[in-house]
Design a protein around this ligand. Structure first.
Ligand SMILES: [Zn+2]
Length: 164
């Protein structure tokens, strides 16, 4: 079986599920378009920060605001590669439901989840698949996010990392 294009990890998959919740009751024709935009590198300048994701999609500036966690969920730790423990993915509310996102797009559609916003979220899910700890960094200001060797979050996390 080949790896899925979006959602290769449980953490990226949580984000894909949030995006595709728009298609639960009826097909959302914007989803295939959004996947195509993400697949064909139409999402550029993707910046993912705590509480904020920005990108340019087909020339439209997209901004997505995300609510933050008040604290890091219990047991959530990252290893030095930026991976998170897969078994926690279903118990932690890692992705933000579309209804809780504050979205803005420079295109003219009145749909707050236009193809550009959805494409940005698909591209974001791929970033999360590459480095799952990003999913936590989106929701909580982790320390030293630019250091590739950082061990995030809490002292409990550090203890877990060293094998206690
Ligand atoms: Zn748009």
């Amino acid at each position: 079986m080949t790896q899925p294009e979006f959602g290769a990890t449980p953490w990226g998959r949580a984000w894909v599920r949030a995006v595709e919740s728009t298609a639960v009751t009826r097909p959302n024709p914007l989803l295939p378009k959004a996947r195509s935009l993400a697949r064909n590198n139409a999402v550029t300048d993707l910046r993912a920060e705590t509480g904020s994701v920005t990108a340019t999609v087909s020339g439209h500036t997209v901004h997505i605001g995300l609510p933050l966690w008040t604290d890091v969920p219990d047991g959530l730790v990252a290893d030095h590669t930026g991976d998170l423990p897969d078994e926690l993915a279903d118990s932690i509310d890692i992705a933000v439901p579309l209804a809780d996102q504050h979205t803005e797009c420079a295109c003219r559609t009145r749909n707050p989840h236009c193809a550009h916003v959805l494409a940005t979220l698909y591209a974001l899910s791929q970033r999360v698949d590459e480095r799952p700890v990003l999913a936590a960094a989106l929701r909580y200001p982790l320390t030293e996010p630019t250091d590739p060797d950082w061990i995030p979050l809490t002292e409990i996390g550090v203890a877990g990392f060293y094998g206690d």
